[in-house]
Every structure is written in structure tokens, then in C-alpha cells.
Ligand binder design. Structure first.
Ligand code: DLL
Length: 432
């Protein structure tokens, strides 16, 4: 069983908890001294970071939300002066207010170590030729994996956003053995391969490392069979570090969390109470090694559960389940994150008033599809066809321009859309 960092990945639990406690103490002191948000918060609840003596004391601190980070835009959550920041990454601008995260030299070293763990657990060694098919840029996927793969000593091809055909030709000609990408991207690659008549036998691929969006077991099975490769899942988010928070080992039944860098908790998203092992709720993460952008009890919005049973791979790091849902209404379409509020804005501008609408998401072969169903007022609805067609075109054009996605639009009569359901705005038929 390949383990990149034997010391930390297989550490005895009591020793690991001691490491966590020391690192937590340092982090709490750091944020108290250097981030005014946390200083005010700790003062408000009379929490003295020097008094923390057990990991349980972390529960005394309220959660940090994404809205707090948004309000702190651009640099108010940074815990170091900019001269100590050697890199910045960001969440995609398509979600409205982007978040900027910073990394010190040490943060980059840790991040490199963490993505190396992900890749190594997925079977990547120095003998591999790995093609990183995540975008390189503000998104953390490309450059995050690049450093980890170089650390392992693999031969790295920064495929980034090369067009699909080119990506496949590179894969074939450079004899790529491993590739890292989002699952929808892998599906599209496979489709283009078929179109171009390139067979899996012409490639040297043996492993795929997928992450950044939800995907399920039947997709894994399909792609593993079609390409004769082994595929592992990995999870991460920009605010916390990027990829490298958790990863599957070759047992493929849960994602090991690098607990020497992050303390995970699961909470009831409605009440905020902490849930026990195996109970499904919102993942909350505390960073314990980050210098530039440390976060305490950050609500990820991702629903999962934690498993404490030892894994036969030898790692003692606990596992989280695969993520299928988010508590907020962020949706990910072909790797692009977006929010219903952005559609609401576009529709309101196009129609003139805030409409009742819902987003119906499905998967057609390999690509995500979105149908925007919009209720149109009686007068408008019975208006001439030309006007309705123009409205549809305007909506499609605006969504394409602002969110980089081409939707279908269905104009429906008033009161067609069901009222009163909690998540009525988004109907996601993928993975169900
Ligand atoms: O997606 C970081 C990343 C890059 C992870 C490459 C893995 C590989 P964000 O763009 O900030 O960062 O999006 C983070 O994507 O809160 C989840 O909702 C979702 N997500 C990430 N990985 C997975 C996964 C990167 N393996 C948001 N399964 C997270 C399901 C995932 N959802």
C-alpha cells in the first residue's frame, strides 16, 4: 500500500492528537494576534487562546462562514503582511464575489506535501508521466497538483486547458500514464477519443485522479472499465488550501483527511450542533498549519460524514464519505461553480421583474445540461411567438456570457412551478 508520509499518515491517534493540539494552539494565537475578525470574535466570547488545553476546547469558538470571508475581501482575513505572501489563488469570479486566498512559503510547502499524498495514494510514483488537466491559473487544481507531482518526481505535463483533441494526442504521444482532472472533463476526453477513433489500447494510461466536483460509483466503474484504469477521488476547496484536503487510497471507500493539517467536524447545518461518527451533516474544517489564510471552524457547505474505523491501507487518518450534496445552493456544471442568485439576476434583467423560476439539471451522456424553467406572466405568455423567442435568446446569451454555460430555456405559464419546497429552485437529476 503506497503511503507518501508514513510518519503523519500512519501516526498513532494519541500522538496525532497531540500534534493537532500543539498546532491548534499556535494557529489560535496567530489568528488572535493578526486577524481582526478573530480578535474581535474571541474578545466578544471572552476566549483566551492561551487557555486552550484540549482539542475539545475548539468547540467554544463559533463557526466561520463564507459570508464572513466575502466581507473580508480582499485581504482582511490574511494573517500575514503581503510581503510574506508568495502566492495568491482565488475562487472563480463566476460565483459573484470571489475570495482571494494567500500562501506563505511554508504554506506552499505544506500544500505540495498534501497534493503529493493525494497523488501517491492514487498510485502515482516517480515512474509515472502525469498529465494535469485542471486549469492552471487562479483555480487551485492545476498548480496545486503540479507541485505535488513534481515533489514525487513524476514527469509532469501541465496539460491545463489544452483543447481536448490536443490533450489526447499529448496523452498518446507522450505516453501519459496518469491524469488528474474533474470527472466531467474525463468523460468529455473519452468522448473526443471515440470521435477521433483513438482507442484506450493506444494510450498508456493506468490511473486517473478525479476531484473538484461530485461524481458517483457508477461513473467510476464505467470509466475504469472503458479506459482500463484505476480511478480515485480527492477533495478540497480554495478557502482551506485547494486540492489536498482528503483523498482515497486504493480501497476507494472514503477519503482520508490529512488531519495533521486540518481538524474536521460534522455539524447539523440547521442547529449547528456537532454530530457523531457516521452521522451525515455539514463538514467544518479548521486549518492548523496555514500561515497566510488560517480558518477556524470553517463551514464548507459540503454534506458528508466521518468514519473513524481503521483502514487496512495502514493510514490512521480518518475518512470522510464522498460528497454528493451542498447545503447552500451552489451548483457545479461541467466544473463551473454558480449560484441560483446569478440566474435570478439575469432573468430579472431580461424580463423586468423578478420571475419564479427553477433550474433543472441533468446529465446527457457526459455533459451536464441545464434547463431554466421560467414562469412568464399571462400577458407576456400569450404574446406573439417572436417576442418569446427573443426573450429565450436573450437569457441564453446572458447566461453564456456571464456564467460561461449554454442552457436551455423553457418559458412556462404562471403557477406551473411547484411552490413551497425547500430546494424548489434547483432540481438536480444527476447522480440520483
Ligand atoms: O475544487 C479544489 C479542487 C481542485 C479539489 C482539484 C479537488 C481537485 P473550489 O473551486 O473552491 O476548489 O471548489 C470547492 O468543490 O466545496 C465541493 O463542493 C466541491 N468539490 C471539490 N472536490 C470535490 C469532490 C476545488 N471530490 C468545492 N467531490 C467544494 C465532490 C467536490 N465535490
Amino acid at each position: 500500500m503506497p503511503v507518501w508520509n508514513e510518519k503523519y499518515e500512519t501516526m498513532k491517534r494519541d500522538e496525532l492528537e497531540q500534534v493537532q493540539l500543539e498546532r491548534l494552539q499556535q494557529t489560535l494565537n496567530r489568528v488572535y494576534r493578526r486577524v481582526s475578525y478573530y480578535q474581535n470574535l474571541f474578545n466578544k466570547i471572552s476566549f483566551d487562546p492561551d487557555t486552550i488545553s484540549t482539542l475539545g476546547d475548539l468547540k467554544k469558538i463559533p463557526y466561520t462562514s463564507k459570508d464572513t470571508l466575502r466581507l473580508a475581501y480582499p485581504y482582511d482575513m490574511f494573517a500575514v503582511p503581503l510581503r510574506e505572501v508568495v502566492r495568491m489563488q482565488s475562487t472563480s469570479g463566476t460565483t459573484g464575489q470571489p475570495l482571494i486566498v494567500g500562501y506563505t512559503k511554508n504554506d506552499i510547502e505544506h500544500w505540495t506535501e498534501l497534493t503529493a499524498r493525494v497523488l501517491y495514494a492514487g498510485g502515482v510514483t516517480k515512474d509515472d508521466i502525469i498529465q494535469i488537466c485542471f486549469p492552471y491559473g487562479l483555480f487551485t487544481g492545476g498548480i496545486g497538483f503540479h507541485y505535488g507531482a513534481e515533489k514525487i518526481g513524476a514527469s509532469v505535463i501541465p496539460g491545463s486547458e489544452a483543447d481536448m483533441e490536443n490533450q489526447i494526442i499529448i496523452m498518446r504521444d507522450y505516453r501519459t500514464t496518469a491524469f488528474a482532472c474533474a470527472p466531467t472533463y474525463a468523460a468529455q476526453l473519452f468522448e473526443v477519443m471515440n470521435e477521433k477513433g483513438i482507442t484506450p489500447a493506444e494510450l498508456s494510461l493506468s490511473k486517473g485522479l478525479f476531484g473538484a466536483e461530485p461524481w458517483n460509483e457508477s461513473f467510476r466503474k464505467e470509466i475504469e472499465e472503458k479506459l482500463s484504469i484505476s480511478v480515485t477521488d480527492n477533495y478540497g476547496l480554495t478557502e482551506i488550501i485547494g486540492p489536498g484536503v482528503s483523498f482515497e487510497c486504493d480501497h476507494k471507500n472514503g477519503l482520508h483527511i490529512s488531519e495533521d493539517h486540518f481538524i474536521p467536524e460534522i455539524i447539523d447545518p440547521d442547529t449547528g450542533s456537532v454530530l457523531g461518527p457516521g452521522e451525515k451533516g455539514e463538514l467544518v474544517l479548521t486549518t492548523i498549519t496555514k500561515e497566510a489564510y488560517p480558518l477556524i471552524r470553517y463551514r464548507t457547505g459540503d454534506l458528508t460524514c466521518l468514519y473513524y474505523e481503521p483502514c487496512t491501507c495502514g493510514r490512521t487518518l480518518i475518512k470522510m464519505g464522498k460528497i454528493f450534496e451542498r447545503i447552500d445552493d451552489m451548483i457545479i456544471l461541467n466544473g463551473q461553480n454558480m449560484f441560483p442568485s446569478q440566474f435570478e439576476q439575469i432573468l430579472t434583467e431580461a424580463i423586468g421583474t423578478a420571475p419564479k423560476f427553477q433550474l433543472v439539471i441533468d446529465k446527457k451522456e457526459t455533459l451536464d445540461e441545464l434547463e431554466i424553467q421560467v414562469e412568464i406572466s399571462g400577458d407576456f405568455f400569450f404574446d406573439e411567438m417572436k417576442k418569446l423567442a427573443e426573450l429565450e435568446i436573450t437569457i441564453i446569451k446572458e447566461v453564456k456570457e456571464r456564467l460561461d454555460f449554454i442552457p436551455k430555456v423553457k418559458l412556462v405559464e404562471p403557477r406551473t412551478i411547484k411552490r413551497g419546497m425547500k430546494k424548489a429552485k434547483v432540481i438536480d437529476k444527476r447522480y440520483k
